[in-house]
Design a protein. Structure first.
Length: 108
């Protein structure tokens, strides 16, 4: 891809150089896929779901009113949510394994 330097302005020259370098690098090295890992709680149950919903409602209420009492309520719900998820993680999913075992035994 040869261009005469007089026919292109600086931004076109830069774009040509950039594209050429990218094509060469992709050809020689290949591309790598970006992986986006979402942090999520594997041990999800109705109690956690309700806690999260209540926390979101409290946050929206705080944003609407800006009252200190609403802020305190929201902060308390955040702490409760963290505490409950730590409990679930600390149990190592024992209740989940029990539930799976019951389902497995019923299927037999």
């Amino acid at each position: 891809m040869r261009h005469s330097p007089c026919s292109l302005n600086i931004s076109e020259e830069w774009q040509t150089l950039k594209n050429t370098l990218q094509q060469a690098a992709n050809g020689a090295l290949g591309k790598r896929k970006k992986r986006r890992h979402k942090r999520r709680l594997i041990l999800w149950n109705e109690d956690i779901k309700n806690l999260i919903e209540n926390k979101k409602k409290a946050y929206l209420r705080y944003l609407a009113t800006r009252f200190e009492t609403d802020k305190i309520e929201y902060k308390m719900l955040v702490a409760t949510g963290k505490r409950e998820t730590k409990k679930l993680k600390g149990n190592g999913g024992k209740h989940l394994y029990r539930e799976l075992n019951v389902i497995y035994m019923d299927a037999r």
